[in-house]
Design a protein around this ligand. Structure first.
Ligand code: FES
Length: 84
C-alpha cells in the first residue's frame, strides 16, 4: 500500500471560483483536493472546505505549518530538509 502523498512543499493550482475541499490527511489520489479517502484511512481527519471567490493561482499548503490554511504562507521554508 502506498503511503500518504502530501509532501513538504505547496501544490500550485489554477483555481476556479467555488466551494473547494482540500485534503489534510495526505491519502487522497487527487491532491490537493479531498477524494474521500480519509473516511477509510484517517477517520478523524477532515478536509478544509473553503469558498474560493476569485479565479487565480493558489498555493495549497502540504506541510501543515501554515498559519493561513489551506494557503501556503511560506512556513515550509523553515523546515529542516528530510533525511534521505
Ligand atoms: S507548504 Fe508552504 S507553509 Fe505549508
Amino acid at each position: 500500500m502506498a503511503g500518504q502523498k502530501h509532501g513538504a512543499r505547496p501544490i500550485p493550482v489554477e483555481e476556479t471560483p467555488g466551494r473547494k475541499a482540500y485534503c489534510t490527511c495526505g491519502w487522497s489520489e487527487e491532491l490537493p483536493y479531498c477524494d474521500g479517502t480519509h473516511h477509510s484511512m484517517a477517520p478523524g481527519c477532515r478536509p478544509i472546505v473553503v469558498e474560493v471567490a476569485e479565479a487565480g493561482k493558489k498555493w495549497i499548503c502540504q506541510c501543515h505549518r501554515s498559519g493561513n490554511m489551506p494557503w501556503c504562507d511560506g512556513k515550509h521554508k523553515d523546515a529542516k530538509p528530510a533525511e534521505e
